[in-house]
Design a protein around this ligand. Sequence first.
Ligand SMILES: Nc1nc2c(c(=O)[nH]1)N[C@H]1C(S)=C(S)[C@@H](COP(=O)(O)O)O[C@H]1N2
Ligand SMILES: [Mo]
Length: 474
Amino acid sequence: MASHPDELERTIARLTREPDPLHMAGRRRFFVTALASGIAGASLPALAQPAGVPAGAGSGRLTIGDGGRGPSRIHPSFVKDVGLMTDLNATNQGGAWWNFDTYITPVSQFYVRNAFRTPRAEEDSRVDPRHWRLRIHGDAVERELTIGYDDLLKMPSRSIISVMQCTGNGRTLFWEQQDMVADPTRVTGNGWGLGGVGQAEWQYVPMSHILDLVGVKRNAKSVLFWSGVDGKKPNTESDTGRPMPYADVMERPDDIGLAFKMNGAPLGPDHGAPVRALVPGWCGGASTKWLTEIKISSHDVWVRLNTYDHTLMGPDYPPPRPTEGDEFRFVRPDQLLGIPVTWQEARSMLAIPLTLQKQPDMPSNYPLARGEMPVLRAGPQVLRGYAWAPRTGVKRVHVRVNGGRWEAARIIDPQVSRYTWVRFEFPFNPGPGDYLLETRATDNEGGMQPDSVPFNKGGYNFFAIPRFKVRVAA
Ligand SMILES: Nc1nc2c(c(=O)[nH]1)N[C@H]1C(S)=C(S)[C@@H](COP(=O)(O)O)O[C@H]1N2
Ligand SMILES: [Mo]
């Protein structure tokens, strides 16, 4: 199984048809020790319990920080300690996916994607549960309604486990694998690597209940989830919110709702406290945090996040056209530039950091230097990863080594619902050398991760097969 760096180069060149010389930094600061073989075949998802790792035992896996729990890091934009996250920029923190072990992602490891600083209850009464109000109105409701936090808590609620993923997750791979770094196919945005995803248990009041309360008219066409707390210019242009077609809500009105708990605790400020929208399976951008308004209308509504931001923009994506009577909030008709992102396709990843060579900015505390490969030890081991396909659920995961045959990985979690991810593992017994590892998820309708995905300007929906380079130490 051993291979030479040259061979890895040739494999990558063959797969990409774009030779791309590795720039080895030569620094081996981190050593990834995969789980020893003989991992307990835990098949029941445990809440926030590491799988197969004895409590208290150092897994030896690559960590942010000094090999322990990661340093505490208080950042002015966020309320939670972000010491376990990669620092992408002023308002975005990525998950350290190579450290992910658990079925449920603990809040301390859950990515934060904010367009702006997290609003704090001390400074803004609109996000203080004592003063929070949610207004549900629009020309397509029978009875307008305003509720407070206590009213919401008295309503019937449900709990689901669901992946939340930023549609920009994997954008890094547009740069690394598809070379979309320079014009004319230049992709811009946060370099998440694969850290713009997590899975939580959400408690929420389903939209079915809310819609019953207000009474929806026959002419309902769109449902706008609006924050109005954060935005381009807070208070004057608090332009964050996201509309959905009413038909898409009615397809699953019990699954979509107003979330107030995450992993059993009240929602934290960084994740939308006191109440956020929850649209499982769609891009995270549809799950508006710091929710204050729901507007149900007989017309389409256009806002920043379904026009010139958060939409698929590029030659393969003809934008929609506005129609007579549409509503525009802080946008103009000429700003309908792309197709709103909705469902997330089948994806998979290994719990191994990506070798970053081309991405414009390195996250400030990424554990590998530019061009550096993670190092595995030689000999038998079990590699692990995650796969999700919220439209229909994950059917299978395959792995291949150095462009060889696709081999089935072992899925170790039950598919609790289509919205949940599964962990998988496969045996790996390498000799010293460099390797290319790829993972491919297949969903329950046969949809399979492709080799590449078409360009879009914002670098959204990168669901192609991810490629992991690893070096096995002699
Ligand atoms: N009000 C508000 N809601 C928001 C955002 C935001 O910046 N402001 N970001 C969205 C995006 S792009 C994503 S991916 C998810 C991220 O949720 P999280 O930060 O809880 O992981 O929240 C969404 N809801
Ligand atoms: Mo996002």
